[in-house]
Design a protein around this ligand. Structure first.
Ligand SMILES: Nc1ncnc2c1ncn2[C@@H]1O[C@H](COP(=O)(O)OP(=O)(O)OP(=O)(O)O)[C@@H](O)[C@H]1O
Ligand code: NI
Length: 312
């Protein structure tokens, strides 16, 4: 996947514009797992929704998002400009799988998990009726969804079970690109590990995985690279070993995010992120940054050499 200048703006009443994703360039290779991290509201889920054409009508999207399916001779597809029919028949679930952030809201409330999962298996693999039951149970097992809960309706599931049902459905298509938006929220540590290991296997089989997460411990376990997002922009991209180990993050925000972990200094980044409808002229992190100088408040730092900071 190659993103260039990906920008998403929501038009609000009164002419206000919320710039949720701001000029993002990002490449993700086959076989690679990238963790996208950053504070609540920085634009991670909007980025994922943009790639699947799932944004509401007031969203204005620009830039390109080329997604290539390895092993197929066709040219990469720009999913941002693809018509709805292409998105529905070739992209969603097939070229790009999604583990949604709110699984309970994405599952159909009036159908059992079994029926939804079976439909997904049949649609994506053409599994014959006689084999569908076993194939559905295998699909459930990949996300550790218990077989005795398959006949439950979404409202009868706990948050963690709904999460696993959604993950199972997302894995069915073995899509070349998998977007997992906080796939481990509400899971116990052993289930977190089970889920991220399944995502790792997905990448190791030659697919690309983008995992959005607040769980830096899970990110360290699964990711090859880490991208840190702040106020709609990517402020740092680093290989996971150098991000979590030596020399550590280079952007002051990325550094603060990591230091906030209980296993590190347990000190939060001070202050609050800016309003996305009133972004400052210079670096959006400058008001919260201990290293900010006059230049930071006036000049937007360019993204060079893996980070966007005047003082990295
Ligand atoms: N339909 C919408 N209309 C207006 N603003 C929106 C809309 N959807 C999202 N936003 C705004 O876009 C910004 C980014 O939201 P997003 O859901 O991508 O955050 P996130 O990084 O995924 O956060 P979290 O970690 O809490 O899931 C937020 O400020 C949000 O209020
Ligand atoms: Ni989100």
């Amino acid at each position: 996947m190659s993103l260039r200048h990906l920008t998403v703006t929501f038009r609000m009443r009164g002419g206000r514009a919320v710039r949720a994703v701001n000029d993002i360039d990002l490449d993700l290779a086959a076989g690679e797992c990238l963790a996208l991290v950053g504070e609540s509201g920085c634009g991670k889920s909007v980025l994922a929704s943009a790639l699947l054409g799932l944004l509401p009508g007031n969203a204005v999207v620009s830039g390109t998002a080329l997604v290539h399916s390895p092993g197929t001779p066709t040219a990469p597809l720009d999913v941002l400009s693809a018509p709805e029919k292409t998105l529905a028949t070739r992209v969603r679930g097939r070229l790009i799988g999604l583990v949604p952030q709110s699984p309970a809201a994405h599952l159909t409330p009036v159908r059992t998990v079994r029926s939804q999962l079976a439909e997904t298996v049949r649609e994506l693999h053409g599994t014959p009726r006689a084999e569908l039951r076993a194939a559905t149970e295998r699909a459930a097992a990949r996300a550790a969804f218990p077989p005795d809960h398959l006949d439950h309706y979404p409202h009868q599931l706990s948050g963690g079970l709904a999460q696993r049902a959604a993950t199972a459905a997302a894995l069915v298509g073995d899509a070349p690109l998998l977007l997992a938006d906080e796939p481990t929220t509400g899971l116990d540590r052993d289930l977190v590990e089970h889920t991220v290991d399944e995502l790792r296997r997905h990448a190791d089989a030659g697919r690309a995985v983008l995992i959005v997460t607040h769980d830096l411990v899970a990110a360290e376990r699964v990711a090859d690279r880490v991208a840190v997002m702040y106020a709609g922009r990517i402020v740092e991209i680093a290989p996971a070993p150098s991000f979590f180990g030596e020399p550590g993050p280079r952007h002051p925000y990325a550094h603060g995010l990591l230091q906030a972990l209980p296993s590190r200094t347990f000190v939060p980044v001070p202050g609050m992120p800016p309003e996305l409808s009133r972004l400052p002229t210079g670096c959006a992190f400058a008001p919260r940054c201990g290293r900010a100088t006059a230049q930071c408040t006036t000049t937007l730092p360019a993204f060079t050499d893996g980070t966007a900071c005047h003082h990295a």
